[in-house]
Design a protein around this ligand. Structure first.
Ligand SMILES: Nc1nc2c(ncn2[C@@H]2O[C@H](COP(=O)(O)OP(=O)(O)OP(=O)(O)O)[C@@H](O)[C@H]2O)c(=O)[nH]1
Ligand SMILES: [Mg+2]
Length: 493
């Protein structure tokens, strides 16, 4: 098989789970590919870095001159190879981070992929393009997030970096110097870090490709055609962590497959299901309620302040879902307001005689840190001691995972998430509230809930205690009374 034949085969590939055979194949490929690269001087290897929605896909497409990268969110690197004049160009796109989010809050999966991008350009990339949306302000917080994510590749990376501003057609006459000048301290810092190598493009305008490639070529020449060589230890540790994560993922997938077949066999006719949604603020609770009850999602969601119950017939069952105000992701129980704590404690009473399950909503597009874990544990413990046997983890933002199995996210995240998965007896489900056809996701969730209900003789719901209810109701009534009095007083004044 010719070398080009091999290149054609790997031309379009997303690199996620590389189980043993694939891993072996890739290693052999990279080895030989690096030999070939040594002989061939007309090579250009580019890695795209940047926050989410910064325009990485569009810049990749502009460089390669065709629609090679899709617009959907991804957790994995994707590599495309194309020919530009006599140059063989490799472009590796990396998953982006949330612009305001520190590296600590970025899922481990994404961080591992950013490092993997270098391995996908063996023997190393010539250039890293840092993509920034020209219209977004690079605040100090965003600058710091960018610095932390680029730092994953080691200090030496900066001499291979160039900033690319992506802008709309109407700004095509604004050049990069103007962006830097008007962008404040943070952008000046970035420009300096990249030795003033900045360029602005309108990605939809193909005529801008040549100038962009010339700028890239200039950087390559300045670096004496050398490629970026990452510290071997970083790559090695990353490879090792990935290998271990893949092995754990394989085992978990096997276990869950067995589990799923048991669910299908066990399902019995349940006519009434009661659910309480719990989770951090903005985790996707209200969207989950709408998805489960087959309601339209509000295009401009508003924060849930008080508990609210919704009820619909879903797949032949009467389903009640209680939405709750959440806790701040990094706040422990004593830092939450009395009001929020009261609402959480009362949530079960919105679906008498008590919920069959609590769905603990966790976003998969964020890291699940030890602080998140402690916050969740403390708030759930506050609701009730015996709550845990009724908790199912509901992973929201399933669309962000793309084709990556949730098991890979779980296994990459580490101890804090493993603890909570274990605490919920490995009961979890993924929800993608942005998907058009959501029925199959709900069907599977209901099957999982029914398995919990039918596995116990007494219908197995979380029973409410009259005494606690009376106490809580009394407290809430007194608070409301005081609030009313204060309002009257204010009106009089
Ligand atoms: N892409 C994506 N976005 C989602 C998903 N679920 C929720 N969102 C978005 O996340 C944001 C917060 O969602 P909500 O459902 O309002 O979250 P919440 O937990 O009810 O928030 P609070 O009521 O403020 O605690 C909204 O902008 C949703 O559109 C999902 O599965 N995928
Ligand atoms: Mg809400």
């Amino acid at each position: 098989m010719s070398w080009m034949g091999i290149h054609q085969q790997v031309k379009k590939e997303d690199f996620g789970i590389s189980f043993s055979f694939l891993s072996l194949f890739l290693n052999v490929y990279f080895y030989f590919s690096s030999l070939v690269d040594g002989w061939c001087t007309s090579q250009l290897k580019i890695v795209l870095l940047g926050g989410r929605d910064s325009g990485k896909n569009a810049v990749g497409n502009l460089i390669l001159g065709k629609e090679e990268f899709g617009t959907e969110e991804r957790t994995l690197c994707s590599r495309r190879i194309g020919k530009v004049s006599e140059l063989r160009v490799t472009v590796v796109n990396t998953p982006g981070w949330w612009c305001d989010s520190s590296a600590q809050n970025t899922p481990k999966l994404v961080k591992m992929e950013i490092i993997t991008s270098v391995a996908l350009c063996s023997p190393g990339p010539h250039v890293f393009l840092i993509i920034i949306k020209a219209t977004s302000v690079l605040s100090e917080k965003r600058r710091k997030a960018l610095e932390e994510h680029v730092a994953l590749l080691g200090d030496a990376v900066w001499s291979h970096c160039m900033v690319v501003f992506t802008c709309a057609e109407k700004y095509k006459d604004t050049n990069s110097e103007e962006y830097v000048e008007s962008g404040g301290k943070a952008l000046c810092w970035l420009s300096e870090k990249c030795s003033q190598r900045c360029h602005s493009v309108v990605p939809s305008d193909n005529s801008q490709r040549t100038v962009l490639l010339e700028k890239i070529q200039k950087l390559v020449t300045e670096n004496g055609n050398s490629v970026f060589e990452m510290e071997a230890k970083i790559l090695w540790v990353n490879e090792e962590e990935k290998r271990e994560m893949e092995e754990r993922t394989r085992l978990r997938l096997k276990k869950m497959k067995k589990h799923r077949s048991l669910i299908q066999n066990k399902s019995k006719g349940v006519t009434n299901i009661r659910i309480v949604l719990l989770g951090a603020k903005g985790s996707g609770k209200t969207s989950a309620l709408n998805t489960i009850l087959a309601r339209e999602n509000n295009p401009k969601p508003i924060r849930t302040v008080c508990c609210q119950a919704g009820q619909e017939m879903v797949l032949g069952r009467l389903v009640t879902v209680v939405d709750t105000p959440g806790w701040w992701m990094n706040y422990f129980c004593d830092e939450s307001s009395n009001f929020d704590r009261g609402e959480l404690a009362l949530s079960s009473y919105f679906c008498p005689p008590g919920p069959h399950v609590f769905l603990l909503v966790i976003r998969v597009d964020r890291a699940f840190t030890e602080t998140c874990r402690r916050a969740a544990q403390e708030h759930l413990d506050m609701i009730g001691e015996h709550i845990w046997s009724h908790v199912i983890l509901l992973f929201s933002f399933g669309d962000w995972l793309g084709d990556t199995p949730i098991e890979q996210y779980i296994e990459s995240e580490g101890e804090a998430l493993w603890w909570i998965v274990e605490r919920c007896d490995n009961k979890y489900h993924v929800l993608n509230s942005k998907m058009k056809d959501k029925e199959f996701q709900v069907r599977e969730l209901i099957a999982k809930i029914e398995k919990i209900i039918t596995s116990s003789d007494n219908g197995c719901y979380y029973k409410l205690e009259r005494k606690v209810l009376e106490q809580l109701e009394g407290t809430m009534r007194r608070e409301k009374e005081r609030a009313r009095e204060r309002l009257m007083k204010k009106k009089k004044q």
